[in-house]
Design a binder for this molecule. Structure first.
Ligand code: NDP
Length: 231
């Protein structure tokens, strides 16, 4: 039977590539979206991960459609870049609320059904910036570094229940999020000398969600062309 998968922020960018990759591998894939239409061919649930009520309702719908979520990909994320001297408190807390507390909300809702199933895969999308840091992104870096401690704690809490929890750390990926950035300047620091495609991140997520990754938990897997190596 197809596994039930949920990808947050799966309506575009990296999340959509992950959703398509897992669907092509034979999983039943649901995605969250906030506005507009869900992507063609995927089960869409409207959900803002900053709202626990939205998250609860989304999981209820996904469970009714395709059964308890066995693979959760927490991908939804935002940036609100500015230097600390200019950063208002809500510019910090908004980013942490979406990127880190959002991951808490979805994993919190997913964990009990996974415990009942006695298996589960939780994959959190962090960023190379979480460990490297980046001027103008203290809020984003803090949220993405936080995901690592969060994931490793859950790996310890739920390993004995057959649930793995891993982090994927992309580098510089061509999506809406990076569309405004100076590609040439960033690419200079990337050993592979180019941006990643969303599909290159998605294939690593597919591996972590597969049986081939059965003995990997608490890992942080870089998909960054070497940008963050050494960290
Ligand atoms: P995009 O900006 O293209 O897409 C972001 C996705 O997250 C959208 O689907 C968006 O939904 C969703 N989202 C944002 N906030 C919320 C929220 N509060 N509730 C629900 N959904 C939300 O970004 P990317 O695809 O580039 O990024 C995906 C993930 O990968 C993010 O976590 C990002 O931090 C991370 N990442 C990206 C890198 C890159 O270079 N692009 C590098 C490293 C990490 P909507 O369409 O409704 O806005």
């Amino acid at each position: 039977m197809a596994r039930s998968v949920l990808v947050t922020g799966g309506n575009r960018g990296i999340g959509l590539a992950i959703a398509r990759e897992l669907a092509a591998a034979g999983d039943a894939v649901a995605v969250t979206y906030r506005s507009g239409e869900p992507p063609e061919g995927l089960f869409g649930v409207r959900c803002d991960v900053t709202s626990m009520a939205d998250v609860e309702a989304a999981f209820d719908k996904v469970e009714a459609e395709q059964g308890p979520v066995e693979v959760l990909v927490s991908n939804a994320g935002i940036t609100k870049d500015t230097l600390l001297a200019m950063m208002k408190e809500e510019t910090f807390t908004d980013v942490v609320d979406a990127n880190l507390t959002g991951a808490y909300r979805v994993t919190k809702r997913a964990i009990r059904p996974m415990m009942r199933l006695k298996r589960g895969r939780i994959i959190l999308i962090s960023s190379v910036i979480g460990l490297l840091g980046q001027a103008g992104q203290a809020n984003y870096a803090a949220s993405k570094a936080g995901l690592i401690g969060f994931a490793r704690s859950l790996a310890r809490e739920y390993g004995s229940r057959g649930i793995t929890v891993n982090v994927v750390s992309p580098g510089f990926v061509a999506t809406d999020m990076t569309a405004e950035l100076d590609t040439e300047a960033i690419v200079k620091n990337i050993p592979l000398g180019r941006q990643a495609t969303p599909a290159e991140v998605a294939r690593v997520v597919r591996f972590l969600a597969s049986d081939d990754a059965s003995y990997i938990t608490g890992a942080v897997i870089p998909v960054d062309g070497g940008l963050g190596m050494g960290h």
